[in-house]
Write a protein that binds this ligand. Structure first.
Ligand SMILES: [Mg+2]
Length: 399
C-alpha cells in the first residue's frame, strides 16, 4: 500500500478489503458470463468461459465502498452516495431503480435520502444491492464484527432502506468480518501451518467453538483446493422485485449438472483467540445470526443452517432462493450457505453458487467476497487474470 498511509493498521484494513474486493470482482465477472447462453455448457462442465470477463455494478459499487472507507474510515453516507453517482456506469447492469436514482443524484443534484426513502411507495428497496457490495467492508472491520454490521447497515441505507435489505447487508458484512478474522487468527498463531489449516472445506471436521473477533489481519497466500461439484439447478421461481434487475430467462441453472458436493461441514470450533482450528460452516452462520435482526433474512439464515448437510445445490436453492427475485431475502441466505460450506475453497464456492442459477453475478460476487476475505482463499490465478482489473479511480484513491 501507499506510503501515504502512515498507520499500518489502515494499510492492513485496505489490504484485507482489497482481497475481498478481488474475490467479489472475480465472482461477479465470472457469474455474469453465464447470462450468455453460449457459455452455459461451460458452466455445466465447470470450465472457464472464454475471453476476458467484465465485472458489473456489484464491483463498481463495492469499489466505491472501499474508496470511501480508505478516505473516511467509515461508511460515510454522503460520500458513498457521491461516489456511487460519480462512478455510475449505466452499462454495468444496475437495476432500474438504482439507475434512475444515481442519474438523478449526478445530473440533477438529487438528495439520496429522499430518493432512497421514496422507492417502492416509501418502503425503500429490498433489492440485493446493499448486500452485493458489502463484503469488503466486512473484511475492513474484521476486528469488530459488531461495527462491521452497523457500518454495513449505513452503507445499505444509501440505496436500499427496506429492513430486509439492511438485515441482509448486515449479515454479509458480519460473515466477511468473521471469515477475515479467522484467517488472521490462524495465520498469526500458526503461520507455518496456515495453508494446511485452511478451512474445512468438506468432509471430516474437527470440533470447534464460536469464532471470535480478532485484531488486525493478515493476508497470506495458499494453494486453492481442488474443484468440487454441485447438484442440479433449482426450479424456476418468482418474478424480479425490488431495485434489482430481472434475471435473464433460461439461466444456466435450468439444466442439471453432473456434480455433487461432498457432505457439508458441521461442528463447533475449538477454543478462543489463537486457535488454529478452522472456522466451521455452522459456527459461522450462528455467529452471523447474532448480527441480524428478526426478519425474513434471519429466518432464511436459520433455514440455511438446517440445510448445511444437503449436497444438492438445486434443492437448497429451491428452498432458500438464489436471487431469482433479486430481493435480499432471496439472495443472502443462499449465498451465505454456499460460502459457509466452501470456506477456504474459492473455486468450489463459486462453481456451486453459479450452478444454482438465479442472479448469478450477484450471488457469485457475495460468495467470492466473503470467501476471499479469508486471505488464503484468493481466486485462482487464471480466474484473476481473466477478470477485468479494478477501476482506475479506485487505484488512484488508494495511492
Ligand atoms: Mg451485477
Amino acid at each position: 500500500m501507499s506510503d501515504r498511509i502512515p498507520d499500518p493498521v489502515a494499510a492492513e484494513r485496505i489490504s484485507r478489503a482489497l482481497a475481498s474486493l478481488r474475490g467479489l470482482a472475480v465472482g461477479d465477472a465470472l457469474g455474469s458470463q453465464f447470462f450468455i447462453p453460449d457459455n452455459l455448457p461451460f458452466l455445466r462442465r465447470r470450465e472457464l468461459p472464454p475471453g476476458r470477463w467484465q465485472w458489473t455494478d456489484d464491483t463498481e459499487m463495492a469499489a466505491s465502498l472501499v474508496a470511501v472507507l480508505a478516505r473516511h474510515g467509515s461508511a460515510d453516507q454522503d460520500a458513498l452516495a457521491a461516489s456511487f453517482a460519480t462512478h455510475h456506469d449505466f452499462d454495468r447492469g444496475y437495476g432500474p431503480a438504482v439507475n434512475r436514482m444515481l442519474r438523478l443524484i449526478r445530473q440533477e443534484g438529487g438528495d439520496w435520502r429522499e430518493l432512497a426513502s421514496s422507492l417502492f411507495d416509501g418502503q425503500g428497496s429490498w433489492g440485493n444491492g446493499g448486500a452485493m457490495r458489502v463484503a469488503p467492508l466486512g473484511a475492513w472491520f474484521a476486528d469488530d464484527p459488531d461495527r462491521a454490521a452497523d457500518e454495513a447497515a449505513r452503507s445499505a441505507e444509501v440505496t436500499h432502506r427496506h429492513p430486509e435489505a439492511v438485515a441482509g447487508t448486515r449479515a454479509v458484512a458480519a460473515a466477511a468480518a468473521l471469515v477475515a478474522a479467522d484467517a488472521h487468527d490462524r495465520s498469526a498463531t500458526a503461520a507455518p501451518a496456515a495453508s494446511s489449516a485452511l478451512r474445512p472445506v468438506h468432509g471430516d471436521e474437527p470440533p470447534a467453538s464460536a469464532s471470535r473477533p480478532v485484531q488486525g489481519e493478515g493476508l497470506s497466500t495458499s494453494v486453492p483446493r481442488p474443484v468440487q461439484g454441485e447438484g442440479p439447478g433449482p426450479t424456476a421461481e418468482g418474478q424480479a422485485q425490488g431495485a434489482g434487475r430481472t434475471p435473464a430467462e433460461g439461466r444456466a441453472s435450468d439444466e442439471p449438472t453432473a456434480h455433487q458436493d461432498p457432505p457439508a461441514t458441521r461442528g463447533q470450533r475449538a477454543t478462543g483467540a489463537g486457535s488454529t482450528a478452522p472456522l466451521m460452516a455452522e459456527t459461522l452462520l450462528l455467529e452471523v445470526l447474532k448480527h441480524v435482526p428478526r426478519s425474513a433474512v434471519h429466518a432464511g439464515l436459520r433455514r440455511a443452517i438446517d440445510l448445511l448437510d444437503y449436497s444438492d445445490v438445486g434443492t437448497v436453492a429451491a428452498v432458500l432462493g438464489c436471487g431469482r427475485r433479486t430481493s435480499t431475502q432471496d439472495t443472502v441466505p443462499f449465498t451465505l450457505w454456499a460460502a459457509a460450506r466452501h470456506l477456504g475453497d474459492f473455486r468450489a464456492a463459486v462453481w456451486t453458487t453459479a450452478g444454482a442459477g438465479g442472479d448469478v453475478d450477484t450471488t457469485c460476487a457475495i460468495v467470492g467476497g466473503v470467501v476471499a476475505a479469508g486471505g488464503p482463499a484468493a481466486p485462482p490465478e487464471e480466474w484473476d487474470a481473466r477478470t477485468e482489473g479494478f477501476p482506475p479511480w479506485l487505484v488512484e484513491n488508494l495511492e
